[in-house]
Design a binder for this molecule. Structure first.
Ligand code: NAP
Length: 304
């Protein structure tokens, strides 16, 4: 039986000239447990040495409900300050637009401040990919577009992306932007399959957006399935994992990467060996039969 095409090693971020690895590493959990800058540096090295060049963070990572806003960025900033040469090896992505206790704020004043604060914490002169973390219903997309374009013109950020936006919100923001959005970051995993059928990935393909998949293991649930559905999805992934001698985790990343939209899973692990192992997903082969078996297990019912 023939296989679906393997993913390329790198992908282009639109027409920006930036290229990223087909698998990313995320730092949502970097500041958890009082990790030192030395320990954080070891993880950054693990990702870069494995060939992972897209490193994803956000200003809110580290926030525990009461404090810690900015901590993950600040920790990465310490790593970069100690070893400035690392900066050129990565495509640095961050996000903003959420400042508790307010749900979302994308007013010009707030965006300007959020971007400046991220630059300061990250100890870098510019951010390669700046993403609106979640849509602010109360700011007109024209205002968001203008603030972001001004930040690009000032050299503070290079490319733009969104996260958790609906299809219409993406269309509206793009309408007011003179430069193209390059990424969208929805939650996608073998346990979260809505974007396969709701048009989000079709829009990404139409607009040339790279879809960055957050929580590609369902926040770790695929590694330790809890429900009957989790177990069914895990079993369908295990068929390919066992056949090709990889872990279920790697099979899960590769299942996402087999989609024609060119999904880039963001590895969430903060363990060097697991980050390193993740890139094996570049070499896992999927037949249509095996791929659809995972989808059907996730749907919980046959396709029509
Ligand atoms: P995930 O890969 O679904 O889950 C990672 C979690 O699973 C970690 O706590 C990890 O623990 C655990 N895990 C257990 N067994 C594992 C195994 N065998 N291999 C790998 N991990 C295992 O991803 P996520 O952390 O939820 O999210 C990934 C990234 O997506 C984040 O870092 C962030 O960049 C992005 N994100 C974005 C949004 C958004 O709104 N845009 C929201 C959430 C996340 P260990 O660390 O101990 O390995």
């Amino acid at each position: 039986m023939s296989h679906l095409p393997l993913p390329p090693v790198t992908r282009k971020l639109g027409e920006s000239g930036l290229e990223i690895s087909s698998i990313a590493w995320g730092m949502w959990r970097l500041a958890e447990g009082g990790r030192s800058a030395k320990e954080a540096a070891a993880l950054v090295h693990a990702a870069l040495d494995a060939g992972i060049t897209l490193l994803d963070t956000a200003d809110i990572y580290g926030f525990d409900g009461t404090s810690g806003f900015g901590d993950a960025e600040a920790l990465l900033g310490e790593v970069l300050a100690a070893e400035p040469a690392l900066r050129a090896r990565m495509v640095l992505a961050t996000k903003g637009g959420i400042l508790p206790p307010l749900p979302y704020d994308q007013s010009t004043a707030y965006l300007n401040k959020a971007i400046d604060d991220s630059l300061r914490r990250l100890k870098t002169e510019s951010i390669d990919l700046w993403q609106v973390h979640r849509p602010d219903i109360l700011t007109h997309p024209q205002e968001v577009a203008r603030a972001l374009e001004d930040a690009v013109a000032a050299g503070k950020i290079r490319t733009l992306g969104v996260s958790n936006f609906t299809i219409h919100q993406i269309t509206a923001l793009q309408h007011f932007l003179s430069q193209k959005l390059v990424t969208t970051q929805p939650e996608v995993s073998p346990l979260r399959i809505t974007c396969f059928e709701n048009g989000e990935l079709d829009q990404a393909m139409t607009m040339g957006l790279v879809p960055l998949a957050w929580s590609p293991l369902g926040g770790g649930r695929l590694a330790s399935p809890v429900s009957e559905r989790d177990r069914a999805v895990a079993a369908a992934l295990d068929v390919v994992a066992q056949e090709q001698d990889v872990s279920r985790t790697v099979a899960a990343y590769s299942w996402l990467m087999a989609h024609p939209a060119g999904i880039v899973p963001i590895i969430g692990s903060q363990q060097a060996d697991r980050i390193n192992e993740g890139v094996r997903a570049l070499h896992v082969n999927w037949t249509r039969e095996n791929w659809y078996a995972v989808l059907v297990a996730a749907r919980g019912e046959r396709l029509p």
